[in-house]
Design a binder for this molecule. Structure first.
Ligand code: ZN
Length: 93
């Protein structure tokens, strides 16, 4: 996945790629101005996967509603973990 350098617009070159717990991490370096950046590839499945929730919920009583809410909460917690992973990545040099 090539993208233009945020600093000068030249194309960024991938200099490292490795799998992590959160996804595939890639380091990029601009061939022109030496700007460095990292990306983290994360499967966009949190909100879309049938197996992970966000499907229509039919709940008719309090326990069912509570179970549905807990399922949604688990999905949101996973999404939050991914956001935190991205924030950690952004803090690294
Ligand atoms: Zn550059």
């Amino acid at each position: 996945m090539a993208f233009p350098c945020p600093a000068c617009g030249a194309s960024m070159r991938c200099i490292e790629s490795r799998p992590t717990d959160q996804g595939t991490r890639r380091r990029y370096r601009c061939a022109s101005c030496d700007y460095r950046a990292s990306t983290l590839e994360v499967l966009a499945e949190v909100a879309g996967s049938r197996s992970q929730g966000m499907r229509p919920v039919r709940a008719h009583n309090a326990p069912q509603i509570r179970a549905a809410a807990q399922g949604l909460l688990a999905v949101m917690e996973r999404a939050l973990e991914q956001v935190k992973a991205l924030e950690r990545l952004a803090e690294e040099p």
